[in-house]
Design a protein around this ligand. Structure first.
Ligand code: KG4
Ligand code: ZN
Length: 327
């Protein structure tokens, strides 16, 4: 089954063609990072206009690179939320137009669920085994989820304040390291030592996360002019966030006796987090390749594939759901 998928929830315009939910035939991504970097963050109005400019060439590129014709496609999947309403609209409208013109079934996909399904994009080797625990860490969400089967989720923990990616972005801004903050902190941390003591909010008895304490502690040090080396500060911050994410994920995995741990979302591209989780976990750990961690349409196609296996179909009345939750 060949699915064309579209992703426009934030600042990446992406289209992909994926076969049988696993084999990526193409995954075209037009990033708006350079445009938003001028403003230090995503400007929603600018983002939707850029999606409008990029969507047709990106879909055309995905079709060309996949070497498929419109007749080869079996369905269209599109991100319906969560995300920026104006950005989501562009992708959904394009997906509807294609589904209508080619008489193809259409399915709306949850962006967070799509991040999880990036772990199914493995051409060789076994697919993830249930039950599993997945840590989804992105710019807007930090969710710890027990997955007992396809579409069967139990939310075990979530952030009480900033998402992990948001915390990275804010810390980078404090340290004047640029935007987007996650990759900037990671890059600076390479030449630093995690020598600054920063607090870890373990929230005993809860699987939730909180990053406001570590963020405020860093801010106090910056305000008091006590950061002499921003690389050390970046390394220390990265270590504190990684400790919490890894510690809580492994504890929950033990509690639920899972077969596997999955990592997903933009922050899963962080090398230190990937390395620590693999070092500490007594369970097999699956993490998508870097390009499939940050926003992309291949993961939307993988997720859409599993929905197409059920009887679920969304008609052309599909709407955006900017505040959509996973569970
Ligand atoms: O999943 P994603 O691409 O978009 C959303 O759905 O939000 O995640 C973006 C977030 C940003 O906060 C970005 O700073 C963070 O992921 N991120 C990283 C890295 N690459 C992206 N955080 C830490 N280390 C990275 N290498
Ligand atoms: Zn995302």
């Amino acid at each position: 089954m060949e699915i064309l998928a579209i992703e426009t929830s934030c600042d990446e315009t992406s289209a992909a063609v994926v076969e049988d939910g696993a084999c990526v035939l193409s995954n075209a991504i037009a990033s708006q990072v350079e445009i938003h970097a001028r403003y230090g963050g995503v400007v929603p109005e600018v983002a939707s206009r850029q999606h409008l400019l990029a969507i047709v060439p990106v879909v055309a590129q995905a079709m060309t690179e996949a070497k498929v014709t419109w007749d080869d496609l079996d369905g269209v999947a599109v991100t319906m939320g969560p995300g920026l309403a104006g950005s989501l609209l562009v992708g959904i409208n394009m997906a509807k137009a294609l589904a209508f013109a080619r008489n193809l079934p259409l399915i709306g996909v949850n962006h967070l669920e799509a991040h999880i399904y990036a772990n199914w994009l493995v051409e060789s080797g076994p697919a993830p085994a249930f039950p599993l625990v997945c840590l989804i860490v992105s710019g807007g969400h930090s969710n710890l989820v027990l997955m007992r089967g396809h579409g069967d989720y139990v939310l075990l923990g979530q952030t009480r304040d900033d998402a992990a990616g948001e915390a990275f972005d804010k810390a980078a801004r404090m340290l004047s390291l640029g935007y987007p903050g996650g990759p900037a902190i990671e890059k600076a941390a390479v030449s630093g030592v995690a020598s600054i003591t920063l607090p870890r909010a373990w929230l005993k008895g809860s699987n939730d996360f909180s990053f406001s304490g570590v963020k405020t502690a860093l801010l106090r040090l910056v305000e008091a002019d006590q950061i002499s080396n921003s690389a050390d500060a970046a390394a220390s911050f990265q270590e504190a966030v990684t400790d919490i994410l890894v510690g809580k994920t492994v504890a929950v995995a033990k509690e639920y006796c899972v077969k596997q741990i999955l990592l997903a979302g933009g922050v899963a591209a962080n090398k230190r987090l990937r390395q620590r989780l693999r070092e500490v976990s007594p369970f097999p750990v699956l993490i998508p390749p870097m390009v499939l961690c940050t926003d992309n349409a291949a993961m939307v196609a993988a997720c859409g594939y599993y929905h197409f296996q059920t009887d679920r179909r969304d008609g052309l009345g599909l709407d955006v759901v900017p505040g959509l939750k996973l569970v």
